[in-house]
Design a protein around this ligand. Structure first.
Ligand SMILES: Cc1cc2nc3c(=O)[nH]c(=O)nc-3n(C[C@H](O)[C@H](O)[C@H](O)COP(=O)(O)OP(=O)(O)OC[C@H]3O[C@@H](n4cnc5c(N)ncnc54)[C@H](O)[C@@H]3O)c2cc1C
Length: 424
């Protein structure tokens, strides 16, 4: 749907055409500071989108409401992603959002990926993180660091049918990710990988795995290398976690027991894994900010209408000032999270520094998601506490925002280091 919708975009003519062309350049990441004079670009609000981005938002919203929403409760209760949802994401062109059309992707902007993640999270944060990890971590690594053969082989599969996982964390290395213990040893034309990964999103359903392993521990983190592997090579699911939230999103421990990977499956070069992981997680954090933003918006939209239907003391409870002020504050906080998120996304697209902005967006959006979804339960009273309304699910799902892709403390540490560098 998105692919065909994007192809139908009507481009403006006349006076707005030049501005449109510039924004398209930005949106499709063709912008470079030398190709466009900054004075040509009229500053716009942070929620100005290209027509393609707007159409994407509408089509993802329709997909989320028509296809995902009816399955959300069942998927949460059964702790299982419905296969038809994954198939639908591929069919919609949402699994290769930034991948070029030559490789079967939708060839759209980074902000488009963030919009898709946000819109999916508004309905189900589990479906959102599946799409997020696949796009912003897995496909992006192959796009950015893969050689020609790797891109030709894997990008079409990743855009059309093959779900991916990003395997960095281990039982003893979380925040300190580069202390990982998984080892890879060369044996002829193959690498032999041994070790255990933990907390791997999508891994239950995935067929494609990016595995970080150390090929030379004497070099410390400079031995870390990223390998492409497929499930049929012998990746074993050791344990599927039972979680508080995002329960339909699979999170598993993986065991690699003499896993043999062809030598050509090293991606980005030997010893370059730490650089890949750092760079990719920096931008991936904007995806989590988008997920938490969509979650907060979804909880707000679900709860507020009820407060104008529910009558106590002869009046709708939403008309009491105590309630109105809480809702107004929540709306401000969602808006602030939205602006931080879109700003980080646009900066990344424009080739500007974005690490600080991404950390701020992820930190703040995950706080707002927790706060708003928690308040949404209270606004609905007892009914908000039941599983029937789905409001409590947003709150359960919100907790993960402060944990994965760098905990809140790690985001604060990143921001604090930059403050120290600037002022000390
Ligand atoms: C549902 C889920 C999905 C995930 N998906 C993936 C995935 O797909 N791929 C993947 O590789 N990983 C994944 N992860 C792992 C995730 O990135 C880690 O859980 C996260 O980085 C935190 O690591 P940890 O759990 O080991 O916590 P720890 O690092 O042990 O942290 C425990 C506490 O100590 C604090 N802390 C640690 N170091 C510092 C410090 N220097 N200063 C201050 N405080 C500190 C942390 O903030 C936290 O509060 C996932 C995790 C979960 C729960």
């Amino acid at each position: 749907m998105f692919r065909s919708a994007a192809a139908r975009v009507c481009k403006p003519t006349g006076s707005s055409a030049r501005q449109y062309a510039l924004r398209q350049k930005i949106a499709t990441r063709q912008f470079s500071r030398s190709s466009v004079n900054a004075s040509d670009v009229r500053p716009t609000s942070l929620d100005t989108f290209t027509e393609e981005e707007q159409m994407l938002r509408e089509s993802v919203r329709r997909f989320a409401e028509d296809v995902v929403a009816p399955k959300v409760r069942e998927m949460d209760e059964s702790e299982m992603m419905d296969k038809s949802v994954i198939k639908g994401l591929f069919e919609q062109g949402l699994m290769g959002i930034e991948t070029s059309a030559d490789y079967g992707g939708s060839e759209s902007s980074f902000t488009s990926a963030i919009i898709a993640i946000e819109e999916l999270a508004r309905v189900d944060p589990s479906v959102s993180v599946l799409c997020d990890v696949h796009n912003t971590l897995v496909a992006t690594i192959v796009r950015k660091y893969g050689n020609k053969e790797q891109k030709e082989k894997w990008l079409p599969l990743l855009a059309e049918s093959m779900l991916g996982s990003f395997c960095l964390s281990e039982p003893a290395s979380g925040s300190d990710a580069f202390a990982l213990q998984t080892r890879a040893v060369k044996d002829g034309n193959e690498w032999v990988i041994n070790g255990t990964k933990m907390w791997i999103t999508n891994s239950y359903e995935a067929d494609f795995f990016l595995i970080f392993a150390n090929i030379d521990p004497s070099k410390g983190y400079k031995g870390i290398t990223c390998f492409i592997a497929t499930k049929d090579m012998g990746i074993k699911i050791a344990k599927k976690e039972q979680k508080l939230g995002i329960r339909a999103s699979s999170t598993c421990s993986l065991a690699f027991d003499d896993l043999r990977v062809p030598a050509e499956n090293v991606i980005g070069g030997e010893g370059k894994g730490y650089k890949i992981a750092i760079e990719i997680l920096n931008e991936g954090r904007i995806g989590i900010a988008g997920q938490m933003l969509g979650l907060a918006q979804g909880a707000f939209e679900k709860a507020v209408p009820y407060t104008f239907q529910r009558t106590q003391f002869g009046k709708p409870v939403g008309t009491f000032q105590g309630m109105q002020f809480q809702q107004a504050e929540a709306a401000i906080e969602i808006e602030a999270a939205r602006l931080l998120t879109y700003n980080a996304a646009r900066r990344k697209e424009e080739g500007l520094d974005f690490v600080r902005e991404a950390a701020m967006a992820k930190y703040y959006a995950s706080q707002v998601a927790q706060k708003v979804s928690g308040a949404a339960i209270e606004w609905c009273g007892g009914i908000g506490f039941t599983r029937e309304t789905g409001i409590e699910k947003y709150w359960r799902d919100s907790k993960i925002g402060a944990i994965y892709e760098g905990t809140s403390n790690i985001q604060l540490q990143t921001i604090a280091k930059m403050i120290q560098k600037q002022y000390s």
